[in-house]
Design a protein around this ligand. Structure first.
Ligand code: ADP
Ligand code: MG
Length: 444
């Protein structure tokens, strides 16, 4: 018998019937059965197998016990309660937690200024909490590699584990988290922006902007508000006639005239949230637009900014062969196809109404169209008195100077800039009125 594990090919050849299976059998005998190394290995293997089996048995029984005694609750990133829960945790756990991660939000104030707020939320990892006497293990897991294919963000889940008998507390906890989150949003407007194909809240909910703080020309603000309110009360009328319950508004005019601000303030007035989509965004495609428009969070106004972008794209597609971006037909399809049982209010804005195709302005797509222009006398007066209360004389002076200088095409944003810069000094504002000649003046 050969002592080496090498195969004796002579023997195989002489003993075999020449078939391949016969040769394989011989080789197996030679290498495995008759070989002392392999015999010893077999023993070890058996031992290894039994240990592995025993281990598996233990794991299985532990798993069984685990299932009997513990209960998991998985909250995926996509679920509404995910953010509610993290907010709840951040209030609950900050003092004792050793592992926090920072979330930076921008907060916009009534006057449009923006400040930053950092909130510390529990970082990825395991956290043990005690909720109403029950211990819960919170595991926030972030997969570094796995990306959510739809949004391109790291995949995340939070799993809560507690004793089976305490499972009822999950409802209480989520309920509490929800109440806390909604309370924080009271009197506020949530801004949603698109994140891949879905809507995500952008920053913290903003304090509602008072409708009166956006000063449009005489009667415009009231006219829009009245129309929207009437629409919201006419659900039955639409349903009875089988007309899709939606209404489109187009605000057009030069930049800085308050279009975006007005729509945000209007959302606040109606207690609606707002979903903002910029059509000139690079990676927005027809498919995504369509999907987004059909998945708008409830009680939200859809705001499509820079609607003319879709018209440029149409030319690009035809002439230069561009394929990305929203096309004109994609926009029309998305507008026509919004199939929602609830009301759908769409606001569109553009600085270039001349670029719009008449097909967009058909009823059902745009039902209400209004120009929001540069500052008129009416607006200048109202704005001046809003910044400098009861300064009627100075207001007159400001207006006269404004007219004498033949300033035209001054945007309300420019006026705001001048008044904010001189916030306690209306006389200085009058002094500096000529700065309005240049729309790009930066007050320092
Ligand atoms: N009519 C207005 N009344 C009050 N503030 C205005 C008005 N127009 C512009 N603003 C201010 O100017 C800034 C830019 O306005 P925005 O709404 O973005 O203009 P648009 O969307 O028309 O380009 C904002 O800070 C806003 O508060
Ligand atoms: Mg705007």
């Amino acid at each position: 018998m050969s002592q080496s594990p090498q195969v004796d090919f002579e023997k195989i050849r002489s003993n075999s019937d020449g078939s391949i299976s016969g040769m394989a059998l011989l080789a197996f005998n030679e290498v495995v059965v008759n070989n002392p190394y392999f015999a010893a290995g077999g023993g070890l293997m058996l031992l290894g197998t039994s240990l592995a089996l025993a281990r598996q048995g233990i794991v299985k029984s532990l798993g069984f016990l685990y299932r009997q005694m513990l209960v998991d609750l998985e909250i995926p990133l996509k679920d509404k309660s995910y953010l509610w829960f993290l907010e709840w945790m951040s209030k609950y756990k900050n003092r004792s937690s050793r592992h926090l991660s920072v979330e930076t939000n921008f907060i916009q104030h009534d006057n449009g200024a923006i400040s930053t707020k950092f909130s510390l939320v529990p970082g990825p990892g395991k956290h043990l909490i005690n909720y109403k006497g029950a211990y819960m293990l919170v595991n926030r897991e972030r997969s570094g590699k796995l990306l959510d294919m739809t949004s391109g963000t790291p995949f995340e889940t939070v799993t809560l584990t507690t004793l089976y008998r305490d499972r009822g507390l999950f409802y209480e906890l989520l309920g509490e988290a929800k109440r806390m989150a909604l309370k924080a949003r009271e009197g506020k407007t949530v801004l949603f922006t698109s994140w891949g194909p879905e809507w995500r809240p952008f920053g913290n909910p903003r304090k509602k902007r008072m409708l009166g703080s956006v000063i449009l020309d005489n009667g415009i603000s009231e006219g829009i508000l009245e129309d929207v309110k009437d629409f919201l009360e006419s659900g039955d009328w639409y349903h009875k006639r089988g007309i899709p319950y939606r209404r489109g508004y187009l605000l057009y005019g030069p930049p800085g005239s308050g279009k975006t601000s007005y729509i945000q303030a209007l959302a606040g007035e109606l207690d609606y949230n707002i979903c903002i989509l910029n059509l000139s965004e690079n990676n927005l495609t027809d498919d995504r637009l369509n999907h987004l428009m059909n998945h708008i969070p409830e009680r939200s106004i859809l705001l499509l900014e820079d609607i003319d972008a879709a018209f440029n794209k149409r030319k690009q597609t035809e002439e230069k062969g561009f394929t990305s971006g929203v096309t004109f037909s994609g926009l029309l399809n998305a507008l026509d196809g919004v199939a929602s049982a609830e009301e759908c209010i769409t606001f569109m804005t553009t600085n270039h109404p001349e670029k719009l195709d008449p097909a967009l302005l058909r009823p059902g797509r745009v039902d209400f169209k209004v120009m929001i222009n540069n500052a008129t006398e009416y607006q200048i007066e109202k704005m001046f008195l809003r910044f400098y209360e009861d300064e009627f004389e100075l207001c007159k002076e400001f207006l006269t100077k404004f007219k004498n200088l033949k300033l035209d095409n001054v945007s309300t944003a420019q006026l705001q800039g001048l008044f904010v810069y001189n916030k306690r000094d209306p006389k200085q504002a009058i002094e500096m009125i000529e700065s309005l000649k240049n729309p790009n003046t930066v007050f320092k």
